[in-house]
Design a protein around this ligand. Structure first.
Ligand SMILES: [Zn+2]
Length: 278
């Protein structure tokens, strides 16, 4: 089946009866306690959902059959062999503690040689980049209480999926932050769809990611779409899964038209592949 057929055949399924979404929630995301992965913690069948924290950040909790389940995003920067401490507050102030042992995962490295002027930003660009970094990191900490109906994601654009999540890039030997999303090579102007139902919480034209949209799906699950040629959604707009929100482009620091797609849980970028059907 072609990607496009697959996308079309998947779209009605998201509007299907609730049991479909529940069945999906049980299988997606694929749990894996590695840097850039998602850990799944069963929390029992209390009446009220437990409030779960990792450090200062709230963690996604949703119903799976009879029990509550936490899905914890693990940062790419988490050290294999380290332990993450998760606290779940049950009703009546009872606190349960869980430890996630971070398992190793090897991500590829890429070394690039570029003219020095392309590595070092001018003072003006640096100021702009810093301002935008602070703004986006606040946006990506958004946590709203309503839980998503499903954690399964639609592929947001047609085209080959890159496997470059977590790729460590070095420019002239200097480490850059690892690639925190998945890229889809698609021609400029190709429609980009919302991967899940949600609300637009940020749009902007930023130095590195170019024209960008961030969607809030609830409980700290966010998706980000970058390098867009056009943004066809406005802040506070509610979007359904599969609705068109923009067009593929090459804005920001991008050498060719493609969609950059990131998925966030508890303010860390996790591998989008874990949320997509095969
Ligand atoms: Zn990318």
């Amino acid at each position: 089946m072609s990607r496009r057929r697959f996308l079309l055949s998947l779209a009605p399924a998201l509007a299907a009866p609730a049991w479909v979404a529940r069945a999906w929630a049980a299988t997606l995301p694929r749990a894996s306690a590695v840097p850039g992965g998602v850990a799944r913690i069963g929390l029992g069948a209390s009446e009220q959902p437990p409030r779960v924290h990792l450090g200062g950040d709230r963690v996604l909790v949703m119903r799976d059959g009879d029990e509550w389940v936490a899905f914890v995003g693990i940062a790419l920067s988490a050290k294999p062999g380290s332990k993450l401490r998760v606290e779940a507050e049950q009703a009546g102030d009872r606190v349960e503690r869980f430890e996630i042992a971070v398992a190793p995962k090897k991500y590829a490295s890429q070394h690039l040689k570029v003219p020095p002027g392309q590595v070092d930003l001018s003072r003006e660009h640096l100021t702009r980049y810093e301002r935008e970094r602070v703004h986006l990191s606040e946006v990506l900490r958004t946590f709203t209480d309503s839980a998503p109906a499903t954690l399964a994601m639609l592929q947001p654009a047609p085209g080959e999926r890159s496997s470059s999540f977590g790729l460590r890039r070095y420019f002239n030997g200097q480490a850059r932050s690892p690639h925190n999303g998945m890229d889809f090579a698609a021609p400029a102007g190709t429609p980009v769809i919302a991967a899940n139902a949600g609300r637009v919480i940020d749009t902007g034209d930023y130095f590195f990611p170019g024209r960008t949209i961030v969607l809030d799906h609830g409980q700290g699950l966010l998706t980000l779409y970058a390098h867009l040629e056009a943004i066809d959604a406005a802040v506070a707009q509610v979007v359904s899964a599969g609705s068109v929100i923009g067009k593929v482009g090459a804005t920001g620091r991008s050498t060719a038209a493609h969609l950059h797609f990131s998925v966030y849980l508890n303010a860390v970028a996790v591998d989008p592949a874990l949320f997509l059907q095969d």
